[in-house]
Design a protein around this ligand. Structure first.
Ligand code: NAP
Ligand code: F7E
Length: 386
């Protein structure tokens, strides 16, 4: 009887050792996988605003560099993420597995700090924003909450979670902070004169980023980006409004296009070029702020003319102010009207950037010309109508 009990005890010990071995092996395997993937092979990035235009281009760039990405969107639904997944479809399947989407809002402090604490990224890119200047006049409080307080949420969280100050932070600042400045072209030292709730909120986020860098020695940078466009540009912005409408006119699905201020001038570049500058800013020895621009300026009117040229139409202009119309030189058909409902309470008339610092220090330069950009956007919008 005694030996029976002894055998049972031995059996239990052996069984528990066996189970423990399997369990431990599993754990070791998982741990090892995590080590290999996350620590040895790749850097980790958290990208707020991953479903937007810049989010798409930055995601592709980082995946191809082997990053593991935690991308934040308020709505990880098929309709909202379709653009992103379509864009990265040619990325190597193994690299694509490094993309994980999380549902969250940048104004939710506990979500932001928990995300940073949990994933401890090497880099954070804050692209999330209510980014329409026009909408910011209609929703100033919401714009301030998302664009300014949202940014502060990240900075406060980084400060409390990352004691060793390892995380590098990119803030999507904008030329809209220059607004009505009298200095041309604008560089990193140009004083701010924002002209919209959007510009004011982004100026707050810009200074918060610098304040946290100086107060707590954090690696935090502002990219002061001038307008950049692409086939993924939101449909509320003037370039996309033009390329979509011109494509519809070409296909016989629209007869004319209505716009606001035709004389506004912008320094328009290509989004694919600009996300490279974002990444470069976080690879430097020390954190600094950079203007990213082409150094070339064009009016809304010129954009319209080039877009119509792409479908073989020459535009001539007749009349003034709200009565001005754009006419097909050959047929006399009226194709462009001015509608004052698109005017802004305070307008930014002219912006042109000086990207010398980025060229010298980051060795960055824009590759796509204005003409190529218009062509690329028209081609895409025509294809979407097929
Ligand atoms: P975008 O297409 O409007 O994308 C911004 C993204 O932010 C949206 O897709 C949205 O994604 C997300 N977002 C909005 N509210 C949010 C919230 N409360 N919490 C979390 N996410 C939120 O903008 P973009 O053109 O890619 O520009 C990227 C950034 O650069 C923005 O901060 C913009 O202000 C700035 N910027 C843009 C330009 C330009 O010319 N494009 C120039 C200078 C600076 P979900 O709907 O999926 O949440
Ligand atoms: O306007 C004029 C309008 O809305 C450009 C955002 O990405 O870039 C963007 O802001 C200009 C303005 O861009 C229409 O009055 C004429 O002068 O395309 P937009 P934006 O306001 O420059 C900056 C850098 C950002 O940071 C912003 O996030 O075009 N314009 N007619 C029109 N604009 C619109 N939207 N619609 C029109 O019908």
């Amino acid at each position: 009887m005694k030996s029976f009990y002894r055998d049972c005890i031995w059996l239990i010990i052996l069984m528990s050792l066996f189970v423990n071995k399997i369990y431990c092996n599993d754990l070791i395997k998982v741990d090892k996988d995590i080590d290999q993937n996350e620590i040895c092979d790749s850097k980790i990035a958290v990208v707020f605003g991953i479903t937007g235009q810049d989010g798409c281009y930055l995601t592709k760039l980082l995946l191809n560099k082997g990053y593991k990405i935690y991308g934040i969107t308020r709505k990880a639904t098929a309709s909202n993420t379709q653009k992103l997944f379509e864009f990265i479809k040619d990325v190597d399947i193994e690299l694509k597995e490094n993309l994980i989407l999380l549902n969250g809002d940048i104004t939710d402090h506990s979500f932001v700090s928990e995300t940073i604490r949990k994933y401890m990224p090497d880099e954070i890119y804050n692209l999330a924003a209510q980014s329409s200047v026009k909408t910011s006049f209609e929703e100033p409080l919401h714009t301030l909450m998302v664009d300014a307080v949202g940014t502060l949420n990240i900075l406060v969280s980084m400060h409390s979670v990352d004691q060793e100050k390892k995380i590098r932070f990119y803030q999507a600042s904008t030329c809209e902070v220059f607004g009505k400045t009298k200095k041309f072209p604008q560089d990193e030292l140009t004083p701010f004169y924002p002209r919209s709730p959007y510009g004011v909120a982004k100026a707050c986020a810009y200074w918060s980023t610098i304040n946290y860098r100086e107060a707590y020695n954090m690696y935090a940078c502002n990219g002061i980006l001038f307008n950049h466009e692409s086939p993924f540009r939101g449909e509320e912005f003037v370039t996309r409004i033009i390329t979509k409408s011109v494509s519809k006119i070409k296909k016989g699905e629209a007869k004319y296009l209505s716009l606001g201020n035709l004389n506004a001038k912008r320094d328009w570049g290509f989004a694919g070029d600009y996300v490279e500058a974002m990444w470069l800013m976080l690879q430097q020895d020390k954190p600094e702020d950079y203007v990213i621009a082409t150094g070339e300026v064009h009016s809304v009117r010129e954009f319209v003319e080039l877009a119509f040229n792409e479908i073989g139409i020459d535009i001539i202009w007749r009349g003034h102010g709200v009565n001005e119309v754009g006419i097909d030189k050959k047929t006399g058909q009226k194709l462009i009207y001015v509608d004052p409902k698109y005017f802004r309470p305070t307008e930014v008339d002219f912006l042109i950037g000086d990207p010398s610092k980025a060229k010298n220090q980051l060795k960055w330069k824009p590759r796509v010309s204005f003409k190529e950009l218009v062509k690329m956007m028209i081609k895409n919008d025509i294809n979407l109508l097929k």
